[in-house]
Design a protein around this ligand. Structure first.
Ligand code: DC
Length: 217
């Protein structure tokens, strides 16, 4: 396994933008591990797989009908060879992803694919909910990024062109699900840099994360 930096945190805390920019500065790859849960949920819906059928969901994790591809701009998801990255960005898919992610069998089935994103040739910035605790527990540097719920909802509502107060509600529900589930709940990894990005712009956040990472690698 190559060098790994993990960035965990709640929905819309800026993890993807920070990971993308940090990876660009370091010349590393990056992955949004949420894409695995979103892709699985999307494929399940398209194929009429019951979101409560754990066995069928675990089998679907290995079905080549869908796959995740690490690209420098986004972590892309393909379903039946179509790029569905925009479709899986919707909050409804995020909520279905959160639902399927609470099954330990599903999480276990996706673990190897997530770990294989670090192949040793380049460093990897991995973002999600359990990257520093479960997926890459021996990562060189761990970050936990947050921001006020109002700020996060405003950010995502603007991105998706949706109503702000609906988004606050949807994200609160998703964060509650993600932090209270039994399997690999969202939590601050030991030794992580905790950073609140509410009052910072993207470059200020990445400057702080990069300075921290440079003390660790
Ligand atoms: O980061 P995101 O919004 O794309 O993640 C979508 C859902 O996937 C999130 O609500 C919970 C789940 N997820 C997870 O359980 N573990 C991860 N490492 C990443 C995402």
């Amino acid at each position: 396994m190559g060098l790994v930096v993990t960035i965990d945190g709640p929905a819309a805390s800026g993890k993807s933008s920070v990971s993308r920019e940090l990876a660009r500065r370091l010349g590393w790859k990056w992955v949004s591990t949420g894409a695995f849960y979103r892709g699985l949920a999307y494929a399940a819906i398209q194929l009429n797989v019951d979101l409560d059928d754990v066995k069928a969901l675990a089998e679907l994790t290995h079905n080549p009908v869908w796959n995740v591809s690490l690209e420098s701009d986004r972590t892309r998801v393909y379903f039946k060879n179509q790029d569905v990255t925009d479709a899986i960005a919707h909050e409804t898919v995020g909520n279905f992803a959160s639902k399927v992610s609470h099954y330990p069998e599903v999480r276990k089935a996706l673990l190897d694919a997530q770990r294989n994103c670090s192949n040793g040739e380049h460093g990897l910035v991995a973002e999600g909910r359990d990257c520093g605790t479960v997926v890459f527990p021996t990562a060189e540097a761990k970050v936990y990024l947050t921001a006020s719920s109002e700020h996060r909802a405003a950010r995502r509502a603007t991105e998706l062109g949706l109503d702000h107060s609906d988004m606050v509600k949807a994200q609160k529900q998703r964060d509650h699900q993600d932090s209270t589930r039994k399997a690999a709940p969202m939590s601050v990894p030991a030794g992580a840099l905790e950073l609140d990005s509410t009052e910072l712009d993207l470059n200020q956040v990445v400057d702080k994360v990069e300075a921290f990472v440079k003390t660790k690698i």
